[in-house]
Write a protein that binds this ligand. Structure first.
Ligand code: CIR
Length: 295
């Protein structure tokens, strides 16, 4: 898209008030709310997305697009400025925009993604972040980073060392955030990303999958700090939740995990919202991966 046109699009979104502001945002100080969200449409080539395992049923593209629209609708109810990027047919995974960058305050670190097939998705994202005034820093070769491996709690920036994110990227992140936030490498085994099994509820509570590998991640963090309480859920897909202000978006269809998350939300006066993302799960998509949230 031409820069001029994109500026118009961004301004139009910035100055339009969401018609769906039905969820009140009264977060406690330790729960982030965001001024901006960036999302990307699902490509018509989404069925060719990368998958750890072939799904039992093939991806239903129409249903995937409907589910993604519902997800974007939800985000529009919670974030006033949603910047939406066109899909890129050459990048079937482009809707998983979380992997392209991480944004901490005024710094946007642009990924060099671990999967070669995905490199190039980050260009459009970097351009918009620059237009929005972020200081752009790139992960350089031989570093590789996917945003799905980065969990920022406000106190720590946990960096999953996975098949997608490596030690070189970790060292670059340590240097970028030196004196600003503590950057800690966490080995990740048997899952795509760190946030496939661990996600943010609030600055003192993390949601973790009830698997052997996720428990090792939990132990690694506990050996470093006692600042977090871990709430374990039985379903791996349900361990990635999306916290926006006083709302928690969770995967529909995982009743045992939902009961645990509902209890936690009740204790903390958080509004739990379920969304069915079955077609995106088939491409290893988690809830956090469909947006970039920032101020
Ligand atoms: C991939 O393999 O890269 C995509 N099919 C899934 C990426 C999911 N990203 C995320 O959860 N952050």
């Amino acid at each position: 898209m031409q820069t001029f046109l994109r500026k118009i699009l961004i301004s139009a979104i910035l100055f339009s008030v969401s018609p769906f502001l039905c969820y009140t945002q009264t977060p406690s100080p330790d729960t982030p709310s965001y001024q901006f969200a960036m999302v990307r449409n699902i490509s018509d080539s989404f069925e060719n997305s990368l998958k750890l395992n072939p799904p039992l049923d093939p991806i239903n593209l129409d249903l995937a697009k409907q589910q993604h629209e519902m997800y974007i609708d939800l985000i529009q109810q919670m974030v006033s400025a949603v910047v939406r990027i066109d899909a890129d047919r050459n990048h079937p995974d482009c809707n998983f925009i979380e992997d392209t960058a991480i944004i901490v305050d005024d710094i946007a670190v642009i990924s060099r993604m671990g999967a070669i097939e995905r490199r190039g998705e980050e260009g459009a994202v970097a351009q918009i972040l620059q237009e929005l005034g972020k200081n752009i820093v790139h992960i350089h070769s031989p570093g590789t980073m996917d945003g799905g491996d980065i969990l920022h709690t406000g106190k720590h920036l946990f960096v999953g060392l996975s098949q997608r994110t490596n030690e070189y990227a970790l060292e670059q992140l340590k240097s970028i955030f030196q004196g600003k936030t503590e950057v800690v490498g966490i080995p990740v085994a048997n899952s795509l990303h760190l946030k496939s099994v661990l996600s943010f509820f609030d600055s003192e509570t993390l949601i973790v999958a009830d698997t052997k590998e996720a428990k090792v991640i939990q132990s690694n963090i506990e050996s470093l700090t006692n600042e977090y309480t871990f709430v374990s859920v039985p379903d791996v897909s349900a361990s990635n939740v999306l916290r926006i202000g006083s709302n928690l978006i969770v995967q529909d269809g995982f009743s045992a995990s939902e009961a645990t998350l509902q209890d936690l939300c009740n204790q903390k006066s958080v509004n739990l919202i379920k969304i069915d993302m079955s077609e995106l799960i088939k491409a290893d998509g988690a809830l956090t991966c469909g947006c970039l949230l920032f101020n």
